[in-house]
Design a protein around this ligand. Structure first.
Ligand code: HSE
Length: 319
């Protein structure tokens, strides 16, 4: 693989974070960024025009290597077309630190890292918000659907609300400082594409009323730092009952988390990762440990993470 040096301003090294989409009740409209894991992109300018993906690690060979098919390089190409700079040459390395199909916004982290890298390298011709539509296109390429609830928090950091998709209207929500997340990824593959196809497309009015009451309650709780309101609003009567079937031990993991004092528990994105909100880091750590120990007893390997809300989003890594 090519040697990259961040000291050389013709190159850049970027990290973009994993995200928890849906936040239980807000399917396709709510999400937050966590501190780790995340993906890294190295990008450098070369003389030969065109965008080339020169290496990917951490994907077990599953991601496409062709420029137009890989979400990172395809989005970088679209960005260059948009700013009228298709004559420049770029080489990209992608290092994935989270599994594909984990429910942690794997494709979003890669896409956002690539877009943030090219924008940084070219002196920030666009704002972070202006990068968002490119990242949404990347999600459509990676998952078959352009949802923004992973890319928005991965790019802007914090907790984001997608108020609308046409046109894209993204609102940054406050992140109460004590809020922490326990996140566990059980090693079971649930591709976003499949997990979307199984969802009912028609809902009963009484379920819709419950759902929008919860969404409004959650948003109100975030604005007032009312942790109890946040917790009691995070229930999903539309999507979770169907998707939970794909996640082994889901209801037992919920019971354990709630018994250990979690404010809320649910599926991260389309799963199989799950998360719990707590009011401090220690509690999030013990919930992660309890859930991982339970999965291990059942013969299921997992990764566990503990995180505050990552309000920064993508960042340049300087040596
Ligand atoms: N809102 C999307 C879904 C997120 O639930 O399918 C995927 O990570």
């Amino acid at each position: 693989m090519a040697e990259f040096s961040s000291a050389d301003r013709n190159s850049v090294h970027v990290f973009a974070p994993a995200t928890v989409a849906n936040m239980v009740c807000g399917f396709d409209i709510l999400g937050f960024a966590i501190e780790e894991p995340g993906d890294e992109v190295y990008m450098r300018r070369v003389d030969q025009p065109g965008v080339r993906l020169v290496g990917i690690t951490g994907d077990d060979g599953r991601l496409p290597r062709e420029t137009e098919k890989n979400t990172v390089s395809a989005c970088v190409l679209t960005f260059l077309q948009h700013i009228g700079k298709t004559d420049i040459g770029l080489e990209i390395e992608l290092h994935k630190h989270m599994p594909i199909g984990s429910g942690l916004g794997s494709s979003a982290a890669s896409t956002v890292a690539g877009l943030f890298a090219v924008n940084t390298l070219l002196g920030n011709p666009l704002s972070k918000r202006e990068l968002l539509p490119f990242a949404v296109q990347g999600e459509a390429l990676a998952c078959g659907h352009g949802h923004a609830d992973n890319v928005a928090p991965a790019l802007l950091g914090g907790i984001t609300l997608i108020r609308g998709y046409a046109p894209l209207d993204v609102i940054a929500l406050p992140a109460p400082s004590a809020l922490h997340a326990s996140v566990v990824f059980p090693h079971v593959d649930v591709p976003t594409r499949d997990a979307r196809q199984m969802i009912r497309t028609k809902v009963a009015l009484k379920d819709a009323v419950t759902q929008w009451g919860n969404i409004a309650g959650l948003v109100a709780g975030l604005f007032t730092a009312d942790y109890e309101l946040i917790g009691r609003s995070m229930h999903d009567v539309l999507i979770e009952p169907t998707r939970a079937i794909l996640i082994p031990e889901f209801h037992e993991m919920r019971r354990l988390a709630m018994e250990a004092g979690a404010l809320s528990f649910g599926i991260s994105g389309s799963g199989p990762s799950v998360f719990a909100f707590t009011q401090n880091r220690d509690q999030a750590t013990s919930i992660t440990n309890v859930i991982q120990a339970h999965l291990s007893e059942r013969g299921i390997e997992s990764n566990g993470y503990v995180s505050g809300i990552n309000t920064e989003g993508p960042k340049e890594i300087k040596k």
